[in-house]
Design a protein around this ligand. Structure first.
Ligand code: TTP
Length: 412
């Protein structure tokens, strides 16, 4: 069996986080999504070959995988899709490269539970993975009769959705499937969709379905999904693993991981679940609240409060900052007193722009999403759901109520 992982998308919905790194390498508790995929698949299957389809930032992906999958004993090949013309096109490219055999095909941007890997690894041709989704209209909604798939409707209008069961990004096929992929034509959104090929397949063959729970899978498609994936991973933390230095006056509660070379300075309180990578500096007198992730080299300095947030590699919240339910990209520097607001006065759910459309996140608490290498001056306030592009600069004292573009200099 050949394992195909699709990793060629641009991840535009996840901007600004995907402006400076490809979506499949977004770190979950410091581990790139694709590396997690390979590590957990290795517990269940021994494929003859792993084929990773790449395009956007392909060299960055292959370098990262070579580092993290070195000891997994997988034969890994990278195939360049060229233009990202859709999931159906990506799978066709992989199968043309891999040749005859059985295929297990999985999307590279899924965050899955151990149980999901168990289920996917047991799939045999022809089988499609399904799961319940909270917003089924954003996915391919499946129709099933007597356990067999009868069709998939890609992103149907919300009012027409009758089932919350969706195609969830994994399928097992024989090499014959390539003929179905060769015949599909671009969909109304201009992509070769694998679901079109699945529909033709289901009209001619028995296609089985297996289902996993809503909590067993997460499509890391939008910025708040990235926060949720980290939160789910934090729930897997058990006990306290401390490799760094903790001052005797610091208080550490609940499940916590603190990596090598990290320092927790006096009078700091850390309430797990919290993940702190290597060489991170925390405190003095700082409060790290639950569901927070500080990646390697980051800093939460004096009198800082962090909650439900991810500080990526070398991000710095050095003095008097509050960061709640936010993602602070790599190498970001927050000026002293920079604050993220994460709750509206009216307690309504927070909206965020995704591909230039304002989307209701359904979340009451959501802060800011800051792209890598951006900076704020002192006393900047970021309103709920604001996105700041990579390398942007925000002048001191500004209240930011709209998205800031990549490399924009925001003055107020
Ligand atoms: P999507 O999430 O549908 O597409 P995307 O990754 O480009 O993201 P966005 O819509 O935000 O721009 O893709 C699902 C999976 O398929 C994901 O793992 C990337 C992969 N993919 C390819 O490999 N090639 C492609 O041409 C496309 C569109 C996606």
């Amino acid at each position: 069996m050949k394992l195909v992982i699709l990793a060629a998308g641009k991840g535009t919905r996840l901007q600004p986080l995907t402006e400076t790194r490809p979506k499949p390498l977004l770190p979950i508790l410091g581990e790139p999504l694709l590396c997690r995929h390979l590590r957990l698949f290795a517990n269940h299957i021994s494929p003859d070959e792993v084929i990773i389809v790449t395009s956007y930032m392909k060299d960055v992906i292959s370098n990262a995988i070579t580092k993290c999958a070195g000891n997994l004993n997988f034969k890994i090949s990278f195939v360049d899709q060229g233009e990202e013309r859709g999931t159906g096109d990506a799978i066709r490219v992989a199968m043309e490269f891999g040749g005859p055999g059985k295929y297990l095909i999985v999307y590279g941007d899924l965050f899955l539970s151990e149980r999901a890997y168990d289920v996917i690894s047991s799939m045999r041709p022809y089988t499609v993975l399904t799961a319940k989704a909270k917003e089924p209209w954003n996915y391919g909604v499946v129709k099933i009769s007597e356990g067999k798939l009868t069709g998939v409707v890609e992103k149907p209008p919300k009012e027409e959705v009758k089932s919350d069961l969706v195609y969830s990004g994994a399928l097992s096929v024989d090499y014959d499937f390539i003929e179905y992929l060769r015949r599909i034509r671009p969909s109304p959104r201009g992509e070769f969709e694998v679901t079109d090929a699945i529909n033709v397949l289901a009209s001619k063959n028995d296609v089985n379905t297996v289902s996993i729970d809503v909590d067993d899978w997460l499509d890391v498609g939008r910025p708040w999904d990235y926060l949720l994936a980290n939160r789910r991973a934090l729930r897997e933390l058990k006990g306290q693993i401390v490799k760094g230095e903790i001052h005797s006056t610091a208080v550490i509660e609940g499940p916590v991981y603190i990596g090598e070379g990290s320092e927790v300075a006096p009078y700091t309180v850390i309430e797990g679940p919290v993940y702190i990578g290597n060489n991170v500096k925390v405190g003095p007198s700082t409060h790290i609240r639950p569901e927070t992730v500080l990646l390697d080299g980051s800093k939460a300095g004096y009198a800082v409060e962090l909650k439900g947030s991810v500080l990526m590699e070398y991000a710095r919240a050095p003095h008097f900052n509050y960061v709640g339910d936010s993602v602070i990209g790599e190498d970001v520097n927050l000026g002293a007193g920079t604050i993220t607001a994460n709750l509206r006065f009216d307690h309504n759910s927070i909206k965020m722009s995704v591909k230039d459309q304002l989307v209701d996140t359904g979340l009451q608490k959501l802060g800011a999403i800051m792209g890598g290498h951006s900076q704020t001056g002192i006393n900047v306030s970021l309103m709920p759901g604001v996105k700041v592009g990579s390398y942007a600069i925000i002048y001191p004292g500004c209240v930011v109520r709209r998205d800031v573009k990549s490399r924009e200099v925001f003055r107020c």
